[in-house]
Design a protein around this ligand. Structure first.
Ligand code: MG
Length: 360
């Protein structure tokens, strides 16, 4: 089998009203769709999520740099294609935009492998289970308290056993009040996580973590700048709340230092940044050696394959944004995501959704 073509498309969906965390404002959701077409008739699908941050750059790394590398290669030699892409971008840098492109192609190839064998990808990865807990995510700082409570209680009513909300607004007492209000609303049995999106100093993070100690927080996510390993060590030693991080990392070497120093208890690879399925599998195994858990960032449709096949996998994150766009959206029942039974990854977009939102 040979790769015959790589196709891309950009969809743009307005967010009205916009959403915000401590470091970003989101006015629209842009999906970059990637399709790897083979001479056998099989095609692999993946996507990138850019919001309004560089959608043309993300699309362009595939169109202008990686497509020419992979055409003619055997899509079932996934590691070989991955390496060829990695080597191609050495000069411009293997993190950032280039890593998004490598990840997207990798996920397409796992999709093709699954389809060629008639198997969902999680079984090819060594499945440990057929369902995993999901946590309801969102909890945006742009929400009023009423909107925040509406969202978390609607998750609980649907059977979710865990929710996550944003903090890090620079108004500590307001954030603490929101955490308390959510804990009061969801009761003591539902797990609650908080995410600061890198907005604090180590001192602020430690102070906040102590102020929310009574609310039984399952993890504190990205309390400080992702590059401040020394700061992470200070935060970890200053709080009893487990620290989670990793959604903005691009290489396994960055995680090695965080794990070696015992700074994080939960690794959160973002499959679209971290080398796709191939990159995340390496990290999951590394994390297991350090007794760290895995709760990947954001993409439940991809992460279901990773977490069902990881002994140390604990959660996938739930956002509903792909549910109306995919041919076969991921099934979630009573707070558990069910591994798909169809071959491949499960990331094919509906033709009508592409027609409605395509801008490029
Ligand atoms: Mg986060």
């Amino acid at each position: 089998m040979k790769i015959k073509d790589v196709r891309t498309a950009r969809l743009s969906i307005p967010l009205n009203p916009p959403l915000a965390d401590s470091t970003h404002r989101l006015d629209r959701i842009d999906w970059i769709l990637i399709g790897v077409v083979t001479d056998s008739g099989l095609a692999g699908h993946s996507c990138m999520l850019s919001f309004d941050y560089g959608p043309e750059l993300l699309k362009g790394i595939v169109d202008y740099e990686l497509k020419k590398v992979v055409i003619g290669m055997d899509p079932l030699l996934i590691g070989k294609v991955w390496e060829a892409c990695w080597n191609q971008v050495e000069y411009i840098g293997q993190t950032g935009v280039a890593a998004w492109g490598i990840s997207a192609i990798d996920i397409c190839l796992w999709d093709i492998l699954g389809k060629s064998l008639g198997s969902p990808v999680y079984k090819l990865l060594g499945a440990c289970r057929e369902s995993v807990p999901v946590y309801g995510s969102g909890g945006w700082l742009s929400y009023s308290v009423d909107q925040l409570l509406d969202e978390v209680t609607s998750y609980v009513k649907r059977g979710f056993k865990a929710v996550k909300i944003k903090v890090g607004s620079q108004n500590r007492s307001k954030d603490i009040a929101r955490v308390k209000a959510v804990r009061d609303a969801i009761g003591g049995e539902v797990r609650l996580m908080v995410d600061a999106n890198q907005s604090w100093s180590p001192h602020e993070a430690i102070a906040f973590s102590r102020a929310i100690l009574d609310y039984d927080i399952a993890w504190l996510e990205e309390p400080i700048s992702k590059d401040d390993v020394e700061g992470y060590a200070r935060v970890a030693s200053g709080t009893s709340i487990p620290i989670a991080s990793g959604e903005r990392e691009y290489s396994i070497r960055a995680f090695r230092e965080l794990l070696e120093r015992g700074t994080i208890s939960i690794v959160q690879p973002d499959a679209l940044r971290f080398g796709g399925i191939s990159g995340c599998v390496k990290l999951i195994h590394l994390a297991e050696a350090y007794n760290a858990h895995v709760a990947p960032h954001f993409y439940k449709e991809i992460d279901i394959h990773l977490v069902t096949s990881a002994r140390n996998g604990i959660f996938i994150e739930y956002f509903p944004w792909l549910d109306d766009l995919l041919v076969n959206p991921l099934k979630v029942e009573s707070g558990m995501a069910l591994a798909p039974s169809d071959p491949g990854m499960g990331l094919e977009f509906k033709p009508e959704a592409i027609r409605e939102y395509k801008v490029g």
